[in-house]
Design a protein. Structure first.
Length: 239
């Protein structure tokens, strides 16, 4: 079964826009679990414009499902936080400082040695490692050589093609990348711009998908549908 990890960054964005603690990010983490999510994802950035480092520490105390922390391991503060809180999974994303949102995967060939070193640090701490990659067979092959446990396919390109009614051309590169990952023994996650319209088709074409991480679209849907209903609707797309 493909797991749904709910990224609650946008809850923190809303809280930070007014100060105070409304909405309560820790309560949101508790609620998405209670509503059926298989995990909680957070992506703390150095400027703490949404999830704060202290949020991560507080969520770790109450989490009952899988905890996934995304971020750029070139930031020592991020590395220290992950080693302190020891989530089930860390997802390494090649963001630049001040980047609005993640927009590309690792060049696993160019950065092979660096990734090998960082992955070893986290795996020694007992943390499963996933690295963000584009749907490129060469990058998947390179990822396998870094020692990572999983890859997360960056799905913005698929979502864009799906929205333009080019579903088959949009998903085909992902299927090829996913097949290569399976052949090489890598676990497989996916995320970015997946939503209620395109998620089911993606899962149908890659049924061995381990996990999807979804935040922005799910939280937007929750405004109209309610958070519990939104979580359940996304779960249904993964059946």
């Amino acid at each position: 079964m493909t797991k749904l990890s709910v990224n609650i960054n946008k809850i923190a964005t809303l809280r930070n826009s007014r100060g105070g603690n409304n909405p309560d990010v820790v309560k949101a983490a508790m609620d998405v679990q209670r509503f059926g999510a298989d995990g909680v994802t957070v992506h703390p950035r150095p400027d703490e414009r949404h999830i704060r480092y202290e949020d991560v520490r507080q969520i770790k105390k109450i989490i009952t499902t899988e905890f996934n922390i995304e971020g750029n391991c070139t930031e020592q503060k991020f590395v220290d936080l992950v080693l302190e809180t020891k989530p089930e999974q860390v997802t390494l994303v090649p963001d630049t400082l001040g980047q609005l949102t993640s927009d590309h995967g690792w060049d696993t060939i160019k950065n092979k040695d660096y990734l090998q070193n960082m992955i070893t640090v986290f795996k020694k701490a007992g943390i499963r490692v996933s690295i963000f990659v584009d749907p490129d067979v060469k990058m998947v092959r390179g990822a396998a050589e870094t020692g990572t446990d999983r890859i997360e396919l960056y799905t913005e390109g698929y979502a864009r093609e799906f929205g333009a009614r080019r579903r088959e051309p949009g998903v085909n590169p992902y299927v090829l990348a996913a097949l290569k990952a399976k052949e090489l023994g890598l676990g497989l996650n996916a995320g970015h711009d997946l939503d209620l319209q395109n998620l089911q088709f993606f899962k149908q074409n890659i049924p061995w998908l381990d996990e999807v991480s979804i935040g922005h679209a799910l939280i937007c849907d929750a405004i109209y549908l309610g958070l519990e209903n939104a979580v359940q609707l996304y779960k249904r797309q993964l059946l």
